[in-house]
Ligand binder design. Sequence first.
Ligand code: AMP
Ligand code: GLY
Length: 427
Amino acid sequence: MNKALRVLLLGSGGREHAIADSLLQSPLLADLKVYPGNGGFDPEIILPAGTLDWKDKEKFQNACRGKYDFVFVGPEDPLVAGVSDWLQEIGIPCFGPSAYCAQIEGSKDFAKKLMMEANVPTAKHKTFYEHLESVEYVRSHGCPIVIKADGLAAGKGVTVCLKLDEAEQALNEIFLDKKFGASGSKVVIEDFLEGEEASIFAICDGKDFLLLPAAQDHKRAYDNDEGPNTGGMGAYCPAPIATSSVIQIVEKDIVAPILQVLKDKGKPYVGILYVGLMINAKGLPSVVEFNCRFGDPETQAVLQLLEDDLLELTWKAANGQLSSQQSLRISEGSSSIVVLAAEGYPNDYKKDITLNIPIPEYSGTKVFHAGTKRSSNGNITSTGGRILGITTKSKTLKDSIDKTYSFLNTFSIPFTFYRKDIGRRAL
Ligand code: AMP
Ligand code: GLY
């Protein structure tokens, strides 16, 4: 590649702050702009509010045409809406799948059908369009059982039901109360899978792919996996639960057949395929979910170990040229991230918390911003439930986690909390 790229990054989370951190290290980068960004970004690179409406195809294309050589999409919503297709129409390579392929996250029913077609290991399921029939099914099936609103629901559409009344309540909320709107017009009900979870990201170019090292997220809000489900309270990488035999199964029996089925349909998958796994006591993985983008907060940890140039890799993927790269260069050691969240998260949480964040002394520790904003006087305040992600890369997982927590111990921000047990299971 001999051209320097003008890049646009869409998104505002900790994931995007970490992606930007990696993109900014690339010698191929001519310029980076971010939208909508957060308080952690250099204000110079954030596009002004209201200038990039990705919900409107024509406005979006007009805002991008001639200005960018490459677009990197962080979150799922713009992909499900079709931004990758809109960019393709105007000749701008995009890292992120088409609207068709993004249904792998945008519709649980689509993902399940695809898994059946590709013969991918996953829980048995049935799809329902109607309340009564779904209730009858859970009554005859019994618990535990898992109820999933079909469409995007900001991570809140899945209920793992240990008791029948929980299952019936979940179905009432979806079908009768329309808690998730159109996202709940279908419901996937699937068998409960026991085991330990791991997330693996495949960088895909439509035909070839490369796997990043596995990470483990911590979805519950509080220590010992208690409390409500969240977007993720912390992660570490690599995750020892994803043994080399798990990785082989992910390559041969999950990612390769999914890409093949999509390619055969004339719908090549380009971007990250996020494989959410449940690994049982025998060490066999099943897919619990696919996402069409990098995970948050796993990405913040995973990217610390990637020695290859993220911009070069994703540019190649967006241009169908991954086959020129045999494998990824992954550094020795481990990384971890602990999320600092606002009191009350994931339910009603406190906002506008003033943030005075010290600079880490250990050069392997980074502070990625998520729900923050910077005002014109430079003050940083919180806007979201997940506020910061403290990420450390070190020689061992234990050292990485110890350094992350020692840094968190050097300051205290009122009205915030974080889990104290990230990575404990792996240690
Ligand atoms: P999903 O959005 O489909 O990944 O579901 C969110 C979370 O619900 C997962 O990360 C798991 O913790 C849990 N989950 C989903 N499906 C199942 C299943 N079949 N068995 C057990 N837990 C599940
Ligand atoms: N951390 C889970 C996700 O990104 O979906």
